[in-house]
Design a protein around this ligand. Structure first.
Ligand SMILES: [Zn+2]
Length: 295
């Protein structure tokens, strides 16, 4: 977490493990004390707080849903409890939406999609400066659109979701299952290591990267066909190596998007890097309470 000035710079930051198993009350206590430390260090007080949280979360009520990484937290009213402790307004969004708002603060494309590929695949859509929401404020789960109906079973219940084919763990699992003994990749296989080896011309790593790029390309082509965005910003751990994937992504897009002006969509790595999540949380607050944001 961080104290973010209204000019978009970070004034102070703190981090600690979530320790989800100790429950939300313990986490709330840590969050409040760290936020107070950040305020002291920044030499001021908070106008409010923003949160980007792994989904599902309800942005309207600020209640945590059935989040895989937060077992036992379902139903916890994080924003109202935090607002009560700190006596300031608090807003929460899905973390991909928070990252999309962060990207939109530096990239004023009219139709922007922020795509994160790491342990999962998520996307946030900002159209004309506003976060796109589904019915009842819901967050579209684009990482779970079907890419190959004959593909592996996903934890969401469907088969062949984008996430189960092209997330970092999916890439690692395919590499592990497909490697021959002579594929001298080190164990455990990691997406980062595979990408490093691919840049040195390692044939098996290059094969894994090609498969990954192909699935990334199919999903991105679907996004372009569905939304015709001005820009798709690529974030998340796997996209640290986006230069390895982009040529095949572009080939797939040009083959697949014949009915839309795909050449108008800029596909490029996000420029915000590791600060995206911290700044995104601040932008969540700004987006919800623009009248309180005095840059
Ligand atoms: Zn799924």
């Amino acid at each position: 977490m961080a104290a973010v000035r209204m000019n978009g710079t970070i004034a102070a930051r703190r981090a600690c493990p979530t320790a989800a198993e100790r429950g939300p009350e313990t986490a709330l206590h840590s969050i409040v004390s760290m936020l107070r430390e950040c305020a002291l260090e920044a030499g001021g007080s908070f106008a409010g707080t923003g949160i980007g949280c792994t989904g599902p979360v309800d942005p309207e009520t600020g209640i945590i849903g059935n989040v895989d990484l937060l077992p036992g937290w379902s139903g916890f009213a994080l924003t109202s409890r935090l607002a009560g402790e700190l006596n300031v307004p608090v807003a929460m969004e899905n973390d991909a939406d928070a990252a999309a708002l962060s990207e939109a603060s530096v990239d004023h494309s009219q139709r922007l999609i922020y795509l994160t590929v790491g342990t999962g695949i998520g996307a946030g859509l900002v159209f004309d400066g506003q976060l796109y929401r589904g019915a009842g404020g819901s967050h579209p789960e684009l990482g779970h659109m079907t890419i190959d109906a004959s593909g592996p079973l996903c934890y969401c219940g469907a088969t062949g979701c984008w996430e189960v084919l092209a997330s970092g763990p999916a890439m690692e699992e395919w590499a592990r299952a497909s490697a021959c003994p002579e594929d001298r990749l080190e164990v455990p296989f990691s997406a980062r290591k595979i990408c490093e080896l691919a840049t040195t011309g390692h044939p098996f790593a290059a094969k894994v990267v090609h498969r990954e790029a192909r699935y990334l390309g199919i999903g991105i082509a679907n996004l372009i066909t569905a939304f015709c965005p001005n820009r798709i910003a690529l974030g998340g751990g796997v996209m640290e190596s986006s230069n390895l994937f982009l040529p095949e992504i572009m080939r797939t897009v040009s083959r697949s998007c014949g009915l839309v002006p795909f050449e108008r969509t800029v596909i490029a790595k996000s420029g915000l890097g590791s600060e995206t999540a911290l700044l995104g949380a601040a932008r969540v607050f700004q987006h919800r309470f623009p009248e309180l944001w005095k840059a």
